[in-house]
Design a protein around this ligand. Structure first.
Ligand SMILES: [Cu+2]
Length: 97
């Protein structure tokens, strides 16, 4: 019984791992506002192909609070956004050079 659940877990992880490794494309944008306490970031972004979204300014959740410390309002950035549990979430962000 226990061995079976370990096998099931191993199977689950082997399926989940490629999905986690798959990264969303980097999108160019400009940070307009950061709300650290709410864990949100507003980005004036270009087209987001994986979300089929045209350019606009909008609020995203941050998948990790540390992401909001890496950038500040006014920064030009490259970021990845994905739908996580139905919420549009920034999963990666870096300064654009
Ligand atoms: Cu948008």
């Amino acid at each position: 019984m226990k061995f079976r659940s370990v096998l099931a877990l191993a199977a689950l992880i082997s399926f989940a791992a490629p999905a986690l490794a798959q990264t969303a494309p980097l999108v160019a944008g400009k940070v307009t506002k950061i709300d650290e306490s709410a864990g949100k970031i507003t980005i004036d972004h270009q087209k987001i192909p994986n979300l089929d979204m045209p350019p606009m300014t909008m609020v995203f959740h941050a998948s990790d609070p540390a992401l909001l410390k890496a950038v500040k309002a006014g920064d030009k950035v490259k970021f990845s956004a994905e739908s996580v549990n139905g919420q549009l979430t920034v999963t990666h962000i870096e300064q654009a050079k």
